[in-house]
Ligand binder design. Structure first.
Ligand code: IMP
Ligand code: MG
Length: 187
């Protein structure tokens, strides 16, 4: 039988680095529910389209939409910037375009984490070129001390220190996205 601890390990070892629990599944889901309700209230008379940024946002988008009580649509963008490292390459590549026509639509971008803000700046510019009626940004995590670009994040799950985190969609070299809670690198 699968043990509950298997799904909630007390730490994660990657080579000689150790990640420890930081935001529990329960706290994440509570905060995501608040955001879902806030968005539902603010978009009550509109038909928003949520645009998830793959791969990192898949869990956040999925839980968030379960807490959105109004009619809505969704689509995905796929970007890549980090390669397999913890430090951003400083380059962003578009790997998957949108399928939906978002002109005159109310767009809510859904991202896992805003670090330097480079990826978000790039996405904002791409989306603006498609002439949406409005555009807002939801990010589960933000590292305010790392921000280098001038962007406004309308819906923030948690502000976190400038440290590497994994889990709940966030990866380290493509792994650990399936963790139910968020773990932080212990220094
Ligand atoms: P930015 O372009 O520097 O803002 O980086 C944003 C992207 O880098 C996010 O969408 C994540 O995919 C990745 N990223 C940034 N910080 C972390 C982290 O602490 N853990 C995992 N991925 C991260
Ligand atoms: Mg990402």
């Amino acid at each position: 039988m699968r043990q509950k601890e298997d799904l909630n390990p007390s730490y994660i070892r990657v080579g000689n680095e150790k990640f420890v629990p930081y935001i529990s599944e329960e706290d994440i889901l509570k905060r995501v529910a608040d955001l879902g309700q806030q968005i539902s209230d603010e978009y009550r008379d509109k038909l928003p389209i949520f645009i998830g940024i793959l791969n990192g946002s898949f869990m956040f988008l999925s839980d968030l939409l379960k807490d959105v009580s109004i009619k809505c649509e969704m689509d995905f963008f796929k970007l890549s910037s980090y390669g397999d490292e913890k430090i951003s390459s400083g380059k962003v590549k578009l790997l998957k375009e949108l399928n939906a026509d978002i002109s005159d639509r109310h767009v809510i971008i859904v991202e896992d984490i805003v670090d330097s803000g480079l990826s978000m700046k790039y996405i904002e510019e791409l989306i603006n070129e498609l002439n949406p009626a409005s555009m807002k940004i939801a990010s589960l995590l933000v590292k305010p001390n790392s921000l280098k670009y001038d962007i406004k994040i309308d819906y923030i799950g948690f502000e976190i220190p400038d440290k590497f985190v994994i889990g709940y969609g966030l990866d380290y070299a493509q792994k650990y996205r399936n963790l139910r809670s968020i773990y932080i690198l212990e220094e």
